[in-house]
Design a binder for this molecule. Structure first.
Ligand code: AMP
Ligand code: MG
Length: 477
């Protein structure tokens, strides 16, 4: 059972100013918390070898496996609208890349693996809370069918990390289509390094968007994927919480599970993040924030879009403006499916809008209300039944015009509306248990979330009791 990782690295062939080459910093006493065996196999890795001492040492950063090319990537980014010209992997190391079972290139990155030249004032470490949170949420997102980075493993370090209190440290192995962000482009754009922007654009075209012929095509493709991604978040009540440009991944995966949350009670202005005082990244603002982030990306690409700057600006502006329609179409298709409709009619947005307004006013649970619509007692989902009595006949008339028939419509709803989501209070509970050394609730929660459209255990679908409700989430870095 020797550990063999078939690395096939490409990022390290980019110019030296794209990264700092360094190995992870070893930890005192690594021990495996969780290993994602199906994902390991998909990556062509042997789960048993990863779980053996040699594998755990590699996942903790105590040894560098053969063929790895460890490096910290540099990037910049707009954080809450303010530009930081120098960020980068301050607590993460890219070990290298492998080709998965579909031939797709995937990054293997250790997060919480020690300081790098980009750590600024940070210690380069992570405590167990955010590591387990990211593990749970990213894997739940994947099970929901939404593009996301994945969690291959979580390892405890045997060291403590000080975040106000002394807390147990951990390292996450994150898998991503790549870790190139809007902020990676911004880093070079801020330095007027057009040659680097060109190299980076070519790199992401080759790796993610081979159909794109040039920078304008790349911009279109990235906008397309972001529009769809954000619509998918909206459809499951996900609030990213830190939609900074350094957390906007070019390949279109959900990345950086910091203070994110799945909403319990629906409200478009819902915010969980403790650092988002202004509600910049509230649930309902996510599409417009994505546009803002994509406009930053477009700006970086301008020097590659031809010698006529005015024409380039016009082309880029058009592309960014297309987001609204792309997102709107994706959103409407998803929300139609949420109420059982596979066909399209002009009044659908209004029908869905009336439902959402009532849900907001009545503080309905986002997940359970949609799920209830396909059940026996849909009216009970609304504290004020008057609403349902006036809305349901219109909905039923629309379902009749859709024509697919109730069994098919119900099946569509049941595979679109999850029964279980990673509820904040559950996530907090499993983290508290893990800190005490009990990982069983963490494993159980992951197991339930792996099949989110089946209601295996109704307890996991329950919204928080008032005393369990989590009102704020924290970056916890
Ligand atoms: P985030 O808020 O997680 O997107 O991180 C923003 C920036 O802060 C990134 O450059 C991170 O690498 C860096 N950072 C966050 N936490 C730490 C830490 N504990 N040590 C070093 N750098 C960190
Ligand atoms: Mg980040």
């Amino acid at each position: 059972m020797t550990l063999h990782i078939p690395f096939d690295n490409s990022y390290g062939r980019l110019p030296a100013r794209f990264y700092a080459r360094l190995a992870p910093t070893p930890v005192a006493d690594p021990s495996l918390i969780a290993l994602n065996a199906p994902l390991a196999r998909d990556l062509g890795l042997d789960p048993d070898a990863l779980a053996a001492p040699e594998g755990v040492a590699a996942l903790a950063g105590n040894t560098v496996p053969d063929g790895a090319d460890p490096l910290a990537q540099v990037y910049a980014g707009h954080q809450f609208g303010g530009f930081s010209p120098q960020l980068g992997d301050g607590r993460a190391i890219l070990l290298g890349e492998v080709l998965d079972s579909n031939g797709l290139r995937r990054d293997l990155q250790l997060k919480g693996s020690g300081p790098t030249p980009y750590s600024r004032m940070g210690d380069g470490r992570a405590w167990m809370g955010p590591v387990l949170r990211e593990y749970i949420l990213s894997e739940a997102m994947h099970a929901l069918g939404i593009p996301t980075t994945r969690a291959l493993a979580a390892v405890s370090t045997g060291e403590t990390v000080v975040r106000g209190a002394a807390l147990p440290g951990a390292v996450l192995t994150r898998i991503a289509a790549s870790h190139v962000r809007v902020g990676t482009f911004q880093y070079f754009a801020a330095r007027n390094d057009t040659e680097a922007i060109e190299k980076l654009a070519q790199y992401v075209i080759d790796r993610h968007y081979p159909e794109a012929r040039d920078a304008a095509g790349l911009l279109d493709a990235v906008i397309n994927r972001q529009a769809r991604l954000v619509a998918q978040w909206m459809a499951v009540g996900f609030i990213h919480g830190v939609m900074n440009t350094d957390n906007t991944q070019i390949a279109g995966e959900t990345i950086d599970y910091g203070p994110c949350a799945f909403m319990d009670a629906y409200h478009p202005n819902r915010v969980y993040s403790s650092i988002d005082q202004q509600g910049r990244y509230a649930y309902g603002r996510q599409p417009e924030i994505a546009v803002w982030n994509l406009a930053q990306f477009a700006t970086c690409l301008l020097p590659l879009m031809g010698p006529d700057r005015e024409a380039a600006i016009e082309r880029a502006t058009e592309a960014v403006h297309r987001f609204a329609d792309l997102h709107g179409d994706a959103w409407l298709t998803l929300f139609r499916a949420k109420i059982g409709l596979a066909s399209a009619e002009d009044g659908d947005a209004d029908l869905i809008g009336r439902l959402l307004s009532a849900m907001a006013i009545q503080k309905c649970d986002f997940t359970n209300t949609f799920r209830a619509l396909s059940g026996e007692a849909a009216a009970d989902a609304f504290p004020e039944r008057d609403f349902f009595e006036s809305w349901a006949p219109d909905w039923q008339a629309r379902l009749a015009r859709d024509g697919a028939g109730w069994p098919e419509q119900r099946a569509l709803m049941e595979r679109t509306n999850p029964a279980v989501i990673p509820r904040n209070h559950r996530v907090e509970q499993v983290i508290s248990a893990a800190v005490e050394g009990d990982y069983a609730p963490f494993s159980k929660l992951n197991e339930v979330l792996a099949t989110p459209f089946d209601l295996a255990d109704p307890a996991y679908a329950a919204p928080p009791a008032p005393e369990e409700e989590v009102r704020q989430t924290f970056c916890g870095t």
